[in-house]
Design a protein around this ligand. Structure first.
Ligand SMILES: [Zn+2]
Length: 513
């Protein structure tokens, strides 16, 4: 279940990035909404930001909504790019990555040979001229073979798979899909155009760019959106490709929440998907409130789980508009077995821990960490910002000497000699760079969406407020300033002003993809 959900999240991003020679439309997908309707689902993601879109429905004629889900839904097929229409007499609907045709005899769908149909419609010259797609070629090796016999068909398949050997990268991508015959059909032709290498199959086109500034990432096979190509080259009737108004009853679209990760521990950050919204939504967890924002075509919110939150069930509340009743979602927090430490500080250092100083610094930091901007600046996993062995882990429970002050460790400590370089763990804007009484010389980077990284106890600071940093940029050096018992880097990540475990941010996953 987890893998399926992750895949669902990744695909809209791919659709946005991998436009290639066969584009999906300009720019990133709009953060459009989709929601259940009677006997199906309405999607406005492909409605060109108009609020209109396409419905996928089950009815007496065909059960496209059921079939769409059975065939893998959005990760496999993409969003619908047409309403239902008839093609060669059969109910048909186009999606970004495939065109489905209803087969009443089997009570399910077949995948249309989209590229073959374009060839039959006489569009191969334009596909070659404008979309660098090699034309359909009949294989000499197939002559005399009868595809209706098992032996004939098997030989034809072998002949066509041979085409893949011209490009090992495409071959690997093609064969990694166990349903390749159903989703892609047989390979048909291959051409190396220099900057781009293209494989044409019956239902899909694969491209590999060999240059840096091509239409896709260099050296990585990408799939064209064959449904969009069919639309562009006139294979779909024009009235079927005009987005339609949402059906009446949009306000009854059910707001639902989904967590991207199945397990939630103390110190984690929830990635919440918001489905079925038709306007701005805020998500709250106790006193923490986060707006859902557009992320790769979906509404999402990040909510921090404090390391001192109670294990067990908690309730998220989603609220759309001012008057709507909140929708609740219950999830469970798993406890983490944090270590415990009693710290003895020198009297000089301990004198820093006056309630007044603690309060003053907290207020200053809250004004920084409490900022929310909708732009997401980070991109990929965070790096651990300095070399050295980890010492105190995130979440460690602490008692300071005999003072009775009880606290927990809000960061991840790295032991390193004074002067060791400290690097930005991700892209972002410097929100604070200067001395603090307790935290010492400190740099704070704003990564957007109220995600901040902080670097404490520095001996030197090399950046200033407002600097735009890239991952790995030098920002300062390890030191022993402020409330510190020896040279080390305290690295902290806060989300909505709550310290969270930084290590999950260094891994590929829903937080960092
Ligand atoms: Zn620390």
């Amino acid at each position: 279940m987890r893998a399926l959900r992750l895949a669902a999240l990744v695909v809209p991003l791919l659709l946005a990035s991998f436009t290639g020679v066969l584009p999906v439309g300009a720019g990133a997908p709009p953060c459009a909404v989709d929601y259940p309707v009677a006997n199906g689902h309405f999607y406005s993601q492909t409605g060109e930001d108009t609020g209109r879109g396409f419905m996928v429905l089950d009815d007496h004629e065909a059960r496209f909504w059921t079939a769409f889900q059975n065939e893998g839904g959005i990760p496999t097929l993409g969003f619908p790019v047409s309403s239902r229409y008839r093609f060669k007499g059969l109910p048909t609907q186009a999606f970004q990555k495939a065109i489905l045709q209803w087969d009443s005899a089997k009570g399910g769908v077949n995948f249309l040979n989209t590229l073959d149909e374009l060839s039959l419609a006489g569009r191969d010259p334009e596909l070659l001229a404008f979309r660098q797609t090699p034309p359909h070629i009949a294989l000499i090796e197939d002559a005399g073979l009868n595809p209706a016999t098992p032996e004939g068909f098997s030989k034809i398949v072998q002949n066509h798979l041979q085409i893949l050997t011209q490009n090992p990268a495409i071959q690997e991508r093609f064969e990694s899909e166990s349903r390749w015959l159903e989703l892609y059909g047989l390979p048909v032709s291959y051409a190396d155009f220099g900057p781009v290498q293209v494989l044409r199959a019956q239902r899909q086109v694969f491209q590999v760019w060999t240059v840096d500034d091509g239409g896709g990432p260099k050296g990585v096979p990408v799939l064209a959106n064959s449904g969009d190509v069919a639309k562009e080259f006139g294979l779909i009737p024009s009235d079927a490709i005009s987005p339609v108004e949402p059906p009446d009853g949009i306000e009854t679209g059910e707001l639902t929440l989904e967590l991207v990760s199945s397990q939630v521990r103390q110190g984690d950050v929830l990635v919440v998907r918001v489905l079925g919204s038709s306007g701005p939504v805020t998500i709250s967890l106790g006193s923490i409130v986060a707006p859902a924002v557009c992320d790769a075509g979906e509404m999402r919110a990040l909510l921090p789980i404090s390391s001192i939150s109670e294990p067990g069930n908690h309730t998220l509340q989603a609220k759309e508009g001012v008057f709507a009743a909140p929708v609740e979602f219950v999830f469970s927090v798993t406890p983490v077995d944090y270590p415990f430490e009693r710290l003895y500080l020198s009297p000089e250092v301990e004198s820093l821990l006056t309630p007044e100083d603690i309060q003053a610094e907290r207020a200053l930091l809250e004004s920084i960490f409490g900022t929310f901007t909708t732009e997401r600046r980070w991109d990929g996993p965070f790096i651990i910002p300095a070399s050295g062995p980890p010492t105190s882990p995130f979440g460690e429970r602490r008692i300071y000497g005999d003072s009775g002050l009880y606290d927990y460790h809000g960061g991840h400590d790295v032991a390193a000699p004074t002067g060791t370089p400290v690097f930005a763990s991700q892209k972002g804007a410097v929100a604070w760079a200067g001395p603090l009484k307790i935290r010492g010389n400190t740099v704070i980077i704003d990564h957007g969406r109220s995600v901040f990284s902080a670097y404490l106890h520095l001996s030197e600071i090399n950046v200033k407020v407002g600097d735009q940093l890239e991952t790995g940029d030098l920002l300062g050096a390890v030191g022993n300033t402020g409330l510190s018992t020896g040279p080390h880097l305290h690295w902290e990540i806060r989300v909505l002003n709550v310290p969270v475990d930084p290590l999950p941010w260094t891994q590929p996953g829903p937080l960092t993809r």
